[in-house]
Design a protein around this ligand. Structure first.
Ligand code: TRH
Length: 367
């Protein structure tokens, strides 16, 4: 069988920093690899969110608890590829085992996506391991991104087909809402951290000239809306033209359905942004805030990479607290314009090779 390479055994390590994006991305990647015939072990320090993200699991993906430092992996079968997600640092016992395998695995350092020049420069570069049990081995930087010179974005091969077959009316009618949707209601999904402009958004929507249903995700978005309505002395279910409904936690599949069904999506973090791009509906991104304000440059690089319209950039600047100015109104004309832009961005990105395919190609070259 010499010369025939089958990269069957993959191991992914993931630590949940906070929120859901680290696990969300690792799960998506693991299940896409499994769908392509790989066997994947996913080590994660907190797998609890998988109960709602992926309630049915995935054949070919084995979810394992993060090992403690004393765990020996001496008897762990040699694997073809090891993914260290988002700088989580592999347990030392696992590094020692890898160093003893007859053939070194392809060791991938999977990073957060970025449109910034520094990430583009580093994508695909080696990073020699200088210390620890795996000293002398090599890791490879793999940067997801929005341009052809990056590792691309996660996208299932059947996504467009599923989207085309999606029955919006039926899906919406099955939502467990406090009040049935009216045919003329505009739907906005809210998945965010704690945007300072949230009270202003609620006020604007309540005074708009058309009715809006704000569909609020569980967790931080729901808590942020409670704080905002209280500050505004607004009923928790909204007032005027605004009705606020709380959503259950969805599976990743149904979270896509939500984004496909809404007229405007407020998303956050990393993975939900990518899903909003695939939805092709107008959206705004609440970027994960960093103490050193590194997210400002990251946001601007994203806007530039996708040639975002000026007024949508303005919305992002205010929504993300980069500018203290009035939040641009979500007028029908603005949403139509942003939808055109979003569809163009979606088409442009769909023309690029998806992350899983790129990763498989990268691994095949390195092995
Ligand atoms: O949860 P997040 O804020 O995660 C963040 C980001 O990844 C950020 O870059 C990272 O640094 C930080 O965590 C530590 O946002 P994100 O990335 O959109 O992840 C949310 C995941 O949760 C995504 O996979 C979609 C999924 N999801 C569901 O499956 N169902 C739901 O009902 C909701 C609200 C989300």
């Amino acid at each position: 069988m010499s010369g025939v390479i089958t990269h069957q055994q993959w191991v992914v390590f993931c630590r949940v920093v906070d929120n859901h994006g680290d696990l969300g991305v690792c799960w998506r990647l693991a299940s896409q690899l499994a769908a392509r015939g790989k066997h994947v072990q996913l080590f994660v320090d907190d797998a609890s969110a998988l109960a709602w993200m992926a309630p049915h699991g995935c054949a070919g993906v084995e979810v394992l608890a993060w090992p403690d430092e004393s765990t020996s992996f001496a008897s762990h079968p040699a694997s073809d590829v090891v993914i260290e997600a988002f700088g989580c640092e592999l347990p030392h016992g696992f590094q020692a085992a890898m160093a003893a395998w007859p053939q070194a695995p392809v060791w991938i350092n999977l990073e957060y996506f970025s449109a910034e020049a520094v990430s583009l420069r580093n994508h695909g570069l080696p990073s020699p391991v200088m210390s620890g049990p795996a000293r002398g081995m090599t890791k490879w930087f793999f940067f997801p991104g929005f341009t052809p010179n990056t590792g691309g974005l996660l996208r299932e091969p059947d996504l467009a087909e599923r989207h085309t077959a999606f029955d919006r009316t039926t899906w919406l009618s099955a939502l467990p809402l406090d009040k049935p949707l009216a045919a003329n209601e505009r739907l906005i999904s809210l998945f965010c951290y704690e945007p300072t402009a949230l009270p202003e958004l609620l006020k604007q929507l309540s005074q708009a000239d058309e009715p809006t249903r704000l569909l609020v995700a569980q967790g931080r978005p729901s808590a942020a809306v409670t704080v905002a309505t209280q500050a505004l002395h607004m009923p928790s279910s909204g007032t005027g033209q605004l009705h606020i409904s709380q959503l259950p936690y969805f599976s990743q599949i149904d979270f896509d359905h939500l984004l496909w069904a809404c007229d405007f999506n407020l998303v956050r973090g990393e993975d939900s942004l990518v899903r909003a791009l695939w939805a092709g509906q107008p959206f705004a991104w609440h970027i994960y805030p960093q103490d050193d304000l590194a997210h400002h440059d990251k946001l601007h690089a994203f806007e530039a990479a996708l040639d975002m319209p000026v007024d949508l950039r303005k919305f992002h600047a205010v929504w993300n607290g980069l500018e203290m100015a009035p939040l641009p109104a979500l007028s029908r004309a603005a949403l139509d314009d942003w939808r055109r832009w979003s569809r163009q961005a979606q088409q442009r990105l769909q023309a690029q090779t998806d992350l899983t395919s790129q990763l498989l190609g990268f691994v095949a070259q390195k092995r």
